[in-house]
Design a protein around this ligand. Sequence first.
Ligand code: PMP
Length: 426
Amino acid sequence: MNDDLIARRKRLLGPHVTTFYETPLHLARGEGAWLWDTDGRRYLDCYNNVAHVGHCHPRVVEAIARQAATLNTHTRYVHDTILEYGERLTGHFGHGLSSMVMVCSGSEANDVALRIAQAASGNTGIIGTDNTYHGNTAAVSQLNARKPPVGGYRDHVRQIPAPDNLHPIGGSRAAQEEAFYAATETAISELQASGHGAGALILCPYFANEGFPTLEAGFLDRAVAAVHRAGGLVIADEVQPGFGRIGSHFWGHERLGFAPDIVTLGKPMANGHPVAATVTRPELLETFQNAFRYFNTFGGNPVSAAAALATLKVIEDEGLQENARVTGRHALAGLRDLAARHMAIADVRGAGLFFGVELTEQDGTPATALAARVVNEMRERGVLIHTVGKFDNTLKFRPPCVFSRENADLALETLDAALSSAVATR
Ligand code: PMP
């Protein structure tokens, strides 16, 4: 690694701009589930959900190149690709979710969603979990649980405890649903008492940033009903679980079995091209458009629409949801075998190609340092993962959805070796 590059990066992009790993990676090329660094070393990518259909998928590359060579404009002209895409995308939704706003990032998609909820409900209160991240705009970053906003959280934001496998809210796994519902009701009452009212409950339906706890279908039903009773809307942030990643369903909200009023999409939507969207019911979109004169120069431009359309077609044509289901099940079984041999593995969980293990010390406290060691050991051994959760002690695997059974076996073997080595050398 060239130290000069790191120094230039810090100087130009700021001292705290993040890089993964003790020895940062300088990547040069990607293909499928593989990445190569500038020295030609190959890494198995078990982390990047953005390259959903595989790094540099030829059909997506070709669609971008062809459209970029033909026409790219802002979005105030009529263009058919955005319509073809919108019809195909909304075909994957039920619950009347048949309209969309195309934007350029998940943050923007959530910003739009919050404004739709405000416009439709007339309320400004927002409820999120106490261990979440939904993006970086001024409005959305009010929900950021890790770094409180300057001046503290605003009065219109309420954080409710996130469900968790090892430290369940309400004291037990069985009590979590009731505890989550009760916290939602309390937050609603507080927002009503302070004059904000319940505008929106915003959640990742897989609780991805919260550490993807194991939840039964129906978990959110009573919380969702409470928000609706109070006149608020429910926003499902599908930036991480969406587009078939969780295997059993195309969307996280389908897996939990609730009907969101708004769904936000991002990261994997165009395989790395900056495309995101807010999907909602037509009447809600109209209310939003009446309340705000919303325009997005780049959102859904012809190149973005072509990239998103090609990505969606590849997901469908290559059966990637089914691959996520089958390969994910195989990987989870392998993780369970590892758990039987490694004391540090306290929990194994996940769905489809979004799975991981939570590491603890013998006394049950989070093994945060060990998890960081394992992540770096695996990087040295050529497999890329990262951590998640309140204590960063859960190893997160969220590879491109072309991830194969052989890829999973290699990831498991490497985890086995990295964990043994990290435990032995700490
Ligand atoms: N929602 C969730 C659940 C996310 O994890 C993220 C990014 N990590 C975002 C929204 C924001 O997306 P973006 O970085 O594209 O703005």
